[in-house]
Each structure stands twice: as structure tokens, then as C-alpha cells.
Design a binder for this molecule. Structure first.
Ligand SMILES: C[S@@+](CC[C@H](N)C(=O)[O-])C[C@H]1O[C@@H](n2cnc3c(N)ncnc32)[C@H](O)[C@@H]1O
Length: 206
């Protein structure tokens, strides 16, 4: 699927993401992950700003998304919640930043959508400062065989309707990339990964 069609698919979902952000006043996973963000933050695929309620007040966020509608909702969230942010409408897979640009990189529920998720993780490795951190909340295949086969079966439908894959083995992707995992948790039938990682500057491959 080309990027314009994919971005339009997410445009159509922006209001639903916005409603979810407003209704779900507390999300424990996001809270535990995002409260540790520090300094200059890059948030990729920011969506409707679902992480904004949880950022410490002193961070400055560069928020990237290729969906105009998602970005406009995220801007509204930032102004309501007092998050200092600048917004970039762009395909993150085509972006580049100088090495070590950010103290923290945040990606929640985005690796399921990229054409090349390992290349994106390697970009995170490059863009993070040597003493920085990479915070991830991603969904992938369950460790339960039955659920995994259902995920594989519904993958083409999900890709067509929602624009993201259900059948990615996140653990494998993390291991194949340059990032260095400090702490990881799996939740919800082992489909959801919470990851606290550091960059591995001996392994910058792009
Ligand atoms: C499943 S949503 C998650 C949104 C948000 N991160 C959250 O946790 O609520 C994925 C988001 O990533 C964005 N996205 C997907 N692929 C992208 C790309 N290549 N470049 C920029 N944004 C992208 C979509 O537009 C969408 O807003």
C-alpha cells in the first residue's frame, strides 16, 4: 500500500483515537512508560496525542505523523494539556535527523505499520543521544500458538482496514535491531510489549 493511501486510512481513524484519549483518563502502561521521558523527545507516529497526558512538564516534544487529521488532534491535545511540542507532517520512514539529536525517542503502536520496522529501530538507535533512551509500547504476535495463528489469519484484513500488521514478531525485530533492551514486559496474552531501551552506539548501521 502506498504511503498516501495509508495516511488517508489513519486520517479516517483520527476522531476515534481522539475520543479514546479523552475517555481513557488513565492508561497504566502509557503512564509507566512515558513518565520516564526526559529532555528533547521525538515521538514517532504520534497519532491523536494518546501519550500527551503522561509526559513530564519539562520535556519538549517533536511529534511526527504522516496523517494530517491525527496531527491536528495531537496539536489540540498539546494545547489542552500544556505539552510543549512542535509538529511535523511527514513520513517518518523518509525522515532523517543528525546522530544523537534526542534524549528520548517514544514509539507506541507504530512498528506494526512501517514497511521496514528494523530500519526504523536502527534509526532510533542513531537519533538517540549516547546516554538517551528509547521507550516502546508495541503490539505483535502472542506467545500463545492458537492466538498467533488467529493473528496471522486476520493480518491481511487488518492491514486493509486499519493499516497495521497483527503478525509481527516484536521480540525478533528488537533483537535484530541495534537497540539495547534494559527492561521489557509483555502483557495482554503476551501481545503487548513495553520496552525501556538504550541506543547501542557500536551498532549504528544507517
Ligand atoms: C496505531 S496509531 C498509534 C498512534 C499513537 N502512537 C498512539 O499510541 O496512540 C499509528 C500512528 O502512526 C502513524 N504512522 C504510521 N506510519 C507512519 C509513517 N510511516 N510516518 C509517519 N506516521 C506514521 C499513523 O498515522 C498513526 O497516527
Amino acid at each position: 500500500m502506498n504511503k498516501e493511501n495509508l495516511a488517508r486510512k489513519f486520517d479516517k481513524q483520527a476522531k476515534a483515537y481522539e475520543r479514546r484519549r479523552k475517555q481513557l483518563t488513565q492508561n497504566e502502561w502509557r503512564e509507566r512508560l512515558i513518565c520516564g521521558a526526559k529532555g528533547m523527545v521525538l515521538e514517532v507516529g504520534v497519532g491523536a496525542g494518546g501519550n500527551f497526558p503522561y509526559y513530564p512538564k519539562d520535556v519538549i516534544v517533536t511529534a511526527v505523523d504522516f496523517s494530517k487529521e491525527m496531527l491536528s488532534s495531537a496539536k489540540e491535545a498539546a494545547s489542552e494539556l500544556g505539552v510543549r511540542a512542535e509538529f511535523v507532517l511527514s513520513d517518518i520512514e523518509s525522515c532523517d535527523f543528525p546522530e544523537g539529536s534526542f534524549d528520548t525517542i517514544v514509539s507506541t503502536l507504530t512498528l506494526c505499520g512501517y514497511k521496514d520496522p528494523i530500519a526504523m529501530l536502527n534509526k532510533f538507535n542513531k537519533w538517540t543521544k549516547a546516554d538517551g533512551q528509547i521507550l516502546l509500547m508495541e503490539h505483535g504476535t502472542s506467545s500463545n500458538g492458537l492466538i498467533r495463528s488467529i493473528q496471522k489469519a486476520v493480518d491481511p484484513l487488518f492491514l486493509k482496514v486499519v493499516g497495521c500488521h497483527q503478525n509481527r514478531d516484536m521480540e525478533h525485530l528488537f533483537q535484530k535491531s541495534g537497540i539495547h533492551i534494559i527492561k521489557a514486559e509483555r502483557h495482554f496474552m503476551n501481545m503487548v510489549h513495553l520496552v525501556w531501551a538504550k541506543p547501542n552506539k557500536n551498532n549504528v548501521t544507517i
